[in-house]
Ligand binder design. Sequence first.
Ligand code: BTN
Length: 239
Amino acid sequence: MNLLFLEEIDSTNKYAKEHIAEIPDGTIVYTDNQTAGRGRLNRKWSYMGEDNIYASLVLKPSDKMEDVYSNLTQLLCLVLCQTFEEYGVKPKIKWPNDIQINGKKISGILAEAVMGENVLKGIVLGFGINLNTSREILSQIDQPATSLNLEIGKTIDKKEFLEKVINKFCLLYNDFIEGGFLLIREDYIRRAGFLNKEVTVKVLNKILCGVAKDITPTGALKLLDENNEEHILLIGDIL
Ligand code: BTN
């Protein structure tokens, strides 16, 4: 995997999308100073200081979009969980790819596909991780959030954390492209904090309430609503 470090940038995802043609497959674009980070649903991703991770992984698996590519966020999510676990914490996944520790968000992923005239130019998996943040900074975020240093009581080496993520991702990636989500389903489900619980899911502009029953072999969320009707959700956000 290649590393492309930028001293300061508005958003690593935006940079990766704009330079997709020049960035080789398997490159991590990362920065210490992200001035206008974006999250899913056009939310803002706050800058919390240079000791946190602001990175985008550029992948070019083929020039044709395949269903399995939409599960790459779940692969990265699992890899991030496994990395957190090496530090002795117990992360939980909030479908599809938020990571929480003790109910507080510690990491988020923003996946974007870059298309051009019916060809897939590349996939950008942006991830933000709170590695070393103070309680004071976290209290300014609009949702409960935590940081790895606060969870384990010591400063985290950012380079070491990133290397662990890269190594784990590389180990699984080729098999995942061949075998799909099914390959990681059990490991993903083991960390899914929302299963068999009442959830409210926002799907585009619709709100669905019910019990999260399962994650299907293709990574979708199976929800049983208040009228016992089953919904298979490919996209959405648990609120
Ligand atoms: C979310 O939780 O909504 C996803 C957050 C993704 C944030 C990362 S930080 C690096 C990359 N650049 C961005 O602008 N966003 C992603």
